[in-house]
Design a protein around this ligand. Sequence first.
Ligand SMILES: Cc1cc2nc3c(=O)[nH]c(=O)nc-3n(C[C@H](O)[C@H](O)[C@H](O)COP(=O)(O)O)c2cc1C
Length: 378
Amino acid sequence: MKKLCLFFILILLFSTCNITAQNKAKILVLIHSDNGGTYELAKEIAKGIESENNAVSSIKLVKASQNPNLKKLPVATVEELTNYDGIAFGSPVYFGNISTGMSEFLSKTVQLWTNHALEGVPATVFMSAGSGAGKELALQAFWNSLAVHGMVLVSNGIRGTEELNKAIPQGNTVLGITSMASLKDVDRPTKGERHLAELQGKNFAKIALALKDTRPKKNSPIVENHQNFSEILKQKNIILPQVPKPAGNYQPFVRSGNLIFINQVALKDGKIFNAGKLGVDVTDQQVKDATKVTMLNVISVLNEAVGGDLSRVKQCVQLTGIFNTKDDYTKHADLMNIASDLTVEVFGEKGKHARATFGASSIPVNSSVEIQAVFEVE
Ligand SMILES: Cc1cc2nc3c(=O)[nH]c(=O)nc-3n(C[C@H](O)[C@H](O)[C@H](O)COP(=O)(O)O)c2cc1C
């Protein structure tokens, strides 16, 4: 009997903890940082957020970093932004503006914008500067992008300045905290800047908590895009072939940073499918079929490159189609559309790419087509 009571008490405790966790405001601290200055501020912002009992924070990067201090941090996806009750954005100051990395990430949020998916979500900004020149311009530029999303912009106002050491330059601004990394007299961020960042985080968490659950839940198609890809492929009747083995001293794919490079020919079941020159050995339709086989090989290799999780593909960046044609052939684009359409069918918006096509007098192993592909992945 005693054991049974204990069991029920444990279940009660567990479900209470679960409900409490669900009621907490989830805040993302989303940063780009090259040298770690922004990350230092992010940690203080996160500390301030967590000092509010009912708020939890996670620090994520907008893109993977090779900096030893940053490379273990998770990389955020555009799609997950809608999951948070507030986002604190941090970036280095580049030429009085937000950094290129942050700007690239924000430029991928077009679909969230068209779906009004971030409307009403509180946002606050902080930045790491060098000398501090243009820091307020940069903070304001940050606000411009977030205002277009209809986010609730939370300024830092004038807080915590009583304790600030006025004998040294400090990065306090009313829009958000900054730090001036190239001023070497004292550690940067300074004690005062760290303190202000913490206060900014705390104040932001209060606002996020107050606004939590006030937004209508939106069914963003982007979230649907993030579904299980094996399900998408099944629905579309697309079967990925076995990854073709390399025929020489090279790799099926190479990853450099967040980019994956792949080259494939029309190999199917160990043989070249519809081999030969267009107009001599094979017809337009046969080359189109070979193009589909080749693109499926590309996607299969990509699938291997992302460990079988195609939802980690952020963008098909570029496809290049090379076709075995006669000198006077001009309809390469029609052939390549097969590969482009397949890519968009599988990846939706993320499948839209830049493209090049051209004819060649011959292609290795007498394939009628070769495709070179570049994908950006998480
Ligand atoms: C391309 C470029 C432009 C920059 N422009 C400015 C600037 O306008 N004002 C400034 O104070 N610092 C500027 N900096 C310095 C960075 O803002 C500074 O090094 C910052 O601390 C980097 O942040 P991080 O450590 O998170 O990478 C610039 C740096 C680079 C690389």
